[in-house]
Design a protein around this ligand. Structure first.
Ligand code: ATP
Ligand code: MG
Length: 431
């Protein structure tokens, strides 16, 4: 099938919005006689007038041919063999055109693709991509866009549409379902009905995907401050009950789409948009906070009925550590998240409990603890001024911790010790 070629005069992509290093890579490959296109999310974002996160290039040069063309490059990846071309801090990811691997007849029931490293034509490369909006190519001879899949029309219609049969594409790689939700929430696009229905039908396949990849994708849902919208979609499609059944169950018992959790996520999104900081510990603490609070309240009552005292840390660890291990959250992150949750009680004035405020604010996880407390105040509409004394004390303690280092740096440097061998040795050799 012939692709649609959109000439420069009919699309908004200008070379001045493309990173000069990406242009360098494309120009050099083309000069060597290869085909090279800007591909993927970069082209999509440029068409939408957004600043791309990264610039990826695809070419018909093989990884070894790319390596011979650029000295500053590294072959990476087990799943896909990719080339990273480095220019200072900037990396231009360059891949050879690939196609979907052919499946054996035996594999027809089991579509999950473990390796897809078969080289292919540019058209095959477009067809193996996930969504039409992610499969546009931009070339630097005529500066036109090459569209094999109707991606430009879907961008204009603001639609996320699978390339090919979504029932097959989601079973080949279930992580694409979370990606569909990520792009829909981040770009404020709709998921086209056949694609959406395929997610409803195959959401449980996500359990076959690699947990660390799923964990990474879950975090990415928050990266542009669109977590609330993304999680509403995860809940609606059933994906949430597969990945985080505890959170889905909490929502089921807390008015579903009207749950208090959505207010927490909304305020978290506001914070991420404001600070541009992506804080994984805070993200998961926010997700689990409301349901953990409910469990703690229930357990405390049960313990009290038995005349026993509840140890908060043990209770949280017993409940959360297996959940964190299941979703492949690193252990340090789980431990820090639990500490952030425990710390919440310290913000509540309680004359019976004495602790060192300075010690508390000096904790590594204090900033996330205060951030979670502040989100809670926003959710309940309480006075945010309550955070100010804590922020001030935190700054003061931090400044004091830095002081000794500053003082040390102003002291005269100790004299360097001579590396001369001790004289005695020489005397010994003379004998
Ligand atoms: P972002 O702006 O978040 O980086 P992106 O579209 O660039 O979005 P990447 O994860 O960087 O997403 O992937 C680059 C491109 O590779 C995608 O645009 C898509 O064409 C292709 N791709 C990525 N993951 C998959 C997948 N699971 N299945 C098929 N194609 C994929
Ligand atoms: Mg990208």
């Amino acid at each position: 099938m012939h692709p649609q070629i959109i000439p420069r005069s009919e699309h908004p992509i200008s070379r001045k919005n493309i990173h000069p290093d990406a242009l360098k890579v494309m120009y050099r490959l083309v000069r060597k006689g290869f085909t090279a296109y800007l591909v993927g999310g970069g082209v999509r974002d440029l068409v939408l007038g957004r600043r791309p996160k990264d610039f990826d290039v695809s070419t018909n040069a093989t990884p070894n041919q790319i390596k011979r063309t650029f000295r500053n490059c590294f072959l990476i990846g087990r799943r896909f063999r990719l080339v990273h071309i480095r220019f200072g801090n900037q990396i231009i990811e360059t891949s050879t055109f690939r196609r979907c691997p052919e499946l054996d007849d035996n594999d027809s029931e089991e579509l999950y693709v473990f390796r897809d490293n078969c080289y292919g034509s540019p058209e095959e490369d477009a067809l193996r991509r996930d969504f039409t909006i992610n499969a546009l190519f931009y070339e630097i001879k005529q500066f036109s866009i090459i569209d094999h899949v109707g991606g430009l029309s879907d961008i204009h219609k603001r639609l996320i549409r699978c390339i090919g049969d979504p029932n097959i594409r989601f079973r080949e790689d279930p992580v694409r379902m979370i990606r569909a939700i990520r792009f829909a929430s981040r770009l404020d696009f709709r998921i086209e009905p056949a694609t959406f229905n395929a997610i409803l039908r195959h959401h449980q396949e996500i359990l076959k995907a690699s947990p660390p990849r799923v964990f990474e994708e879950l975090l990415k849902l928050f990266s542009y401050g669109c977590g609330e919208k993304a999680f509403r979609l995860l809940y609606k499609t059933g994906l949430l009950s597969d990945m985080l059944p505890e959170v889905a169950d909490f929502l089921d018992h807390d008015h579903g789409q009207d749950s208090v959790l959505w207010a927490w996520l909304r305020h978290l999104d506001d914070r991420i948009r404001e600070t541009h900081e992506h804080e994984p510990v805070l993200i998961f603490a926010t997700l689990f906070h409301a349901l953990v609070k409910r469990i703690v309240a229930r357990q405390t009552a049960e313990y009290a009925a038995r005349g026993e005292n509840v140890i908060l840390h043990d209770l949280l660890a017993e409940y959360l550590l297996p959940v964190c291990a299941r979703i492949c959250m690193p252990r340090w992150m789980a431990a820090r998240m639990i500490q952030v949750m425990i710390n919440q009680s310290r913000f509540v004035p309680d004359k019976r409990r004495r602790f060192s405020k300075r010690g508390f604010v000096a904790q590594d996880c204090f900033p996330e603890s205060l951030a979670l407390h502040e989100l809670g105040l926003r959710v309940s509409g309480d006075d945010l001024g309550r955070c100010e004394p804590w922020s001030a004390l935190h700054q003061e303690v931090q400044a004091q911790q830095l002081e000794p280092a500053a003082e040390m740096s102003s002291l005269p440097k100790p004299k360097r010790r001579s590396r001369k061998r001790p004289r005695r040795n020489r005397v010994v050799r003379e004998h």
